[in-house]
Design a protein around this ligand. Structure first.
Ligand code: PMP
Length: 352
């Protein structure tokens, strides 16, 4: 341990993101990025914003972007918060809303950033078991807790939860904040944004990283009752009041406004996902029904770790988690049709 570290630093086990290779060209299906470029209107807006105004601080309240999002979601800007990716919003939300005295609840197989945030802020948590198909059972979230976070669809399992189940959870937990992490919602799930007017304890978090092809721009948004948005602002302004930069604000507005490009690329990803699902099933893979831009698959006779290594050797990067319960699964992001055809062909070859 470094002699300069605090006890907190020494005790942290940080989140490890998927590999971002710098040397070799892979077919990159390991971090759920969008295979299509951002809308040309986004690039134009960022180029346009690359001007002398960069010497000025950006708008700390990101009003124009929040107004654009409010219009898109049918809310008012007081219901909207924006941050540097949804990861940053979650990092603000944990200390803003979750209690240290009772455990936070989240599924046992889920986004591994949640326990990292909980530990960072000294919060207890309880991982609620999913069933053998990774289904999330709403009834298990109806017990005393210090807050709840559920991704919909879940990562890495791709399992989605229907709104009725979320309503059951919200009704049973009216004194706690329930965060629904909708990073992958645009690929076919049912968003909980429609429940915001009824549930002041609901915070919905989304991102431009996946369905808007902007993982590199780092823009996320949270929607909820203005009291929740105030809570997030208090934490944000205690760290850095200027979270989004001028280029990110300009690009994000253009992305939200280009609805037809968004619909076109999403439709393509969904078609490719469903087609790849069928091809993998024909190769004997078990594929969990996905409403995300990735598949969670296992093969009854083949080791996931071996497949992962063999694919990597052949220039295809997918995600393998060396963790209990999911060490027989691979998470495969949906790429272009061509990339997925290559993946399927290589997997077929590996079986011969
Ligand atoms: N939530 C979930 C469930 C995710 O998988 C991710 C992406 N790794 C995020 C949030 C964060 O996305 P971003 O910070 O790029 O918005």
């Amino acid at each position: 341990m470094s002699k300069y570290w605090s006890e907190l630093t020494a005790s942290l086990v940080p989140y490890v993101p998927g590999e971002q290779p710098k040397d070799k060209q892979y077919i990159k299906l390991n971090t759920n990025e969008n295979p299509y470029p951002p809308s040309p209107k986004v690039i134009a807006a960022i180029q346009d914003a690359t001007n002398d105004d960069l010497r000025l601080y950006p708008d700390p309240t990101c009003d124009k972007l929040r107004e654009t999002l409010a219009h898109y979601y049918g809310l008012s800007k007081e219901h909207i918060f924006v941050g540097n990716g949804s990861d940053e919003i979650l990092a603000f939300a944990f200390p803003a809303f979750f209690s240290a005295s009772k455990p936070i609840l989240f599924p046992d197989v889920t986004y591994t950033f949640y326990p990292v945030y909980a530990k960072l802020y000294g919060l207890n948590y309880e991982m609620i078991p999913t069933d053998d198909q990774f289904n999330i059972e709403a009834g298990h979230y109806c017990k005393p807790n210090g807050g709840i976070i559920i991704p919909n669809p879940n990562a890495p399992t791709a399992k989605f939860i229907v709104l009725d189940s979320l309503v059951q959870i919200l009704n049973h937990n009216q004194d706690q904040v329930v965060i629904v992490d909708e990073a992958y919602i645009d690929f076919g799930g049912q968003s909980a944004v429609s429940l915001i007017s009824e549930y002041p304890n609901l915070l919905v978090v989304q991102t431009l990283s996946k369905s808007r092809s902007l993982a590199g721009l780092r823009v996320g948004m949270a929607m909820g009752h203005p009291d929740l948005i105030d809570g997030l602002n208090r934490i944000k302004n205690s760290f850095n009041s200027y979270t989004l930069d001028r280029l990110a604000i300009a690009g994000a507005i253009a992305a939200i406004e280009d609805q037809s490009y968004f619909e076109m690329t999403n439709r393509k990803i969904i078609e490719t996902r469903d087609r790849t699902t069928e091809s993998l099933k024909q190769l004997g893979y078990q594929v969990i029904e996905s409403k995300a831009n990735f598949l969670f698959v296992s093969h009854p006779q083949q080791s996931a770790e071996v497949i992962f290594n063999e694919l990597k050797l052949r220039g295809i990067l997918v995600r393998y988690f060396n963790k209990p319960r999911i060490d027989q699964y691979l998470r495969i992001s949906i790429g272009t049709d061509e990339e997925m055809d290559t993946l399927v062909a290589v997997l077929r070859e590996l079986q011969n």
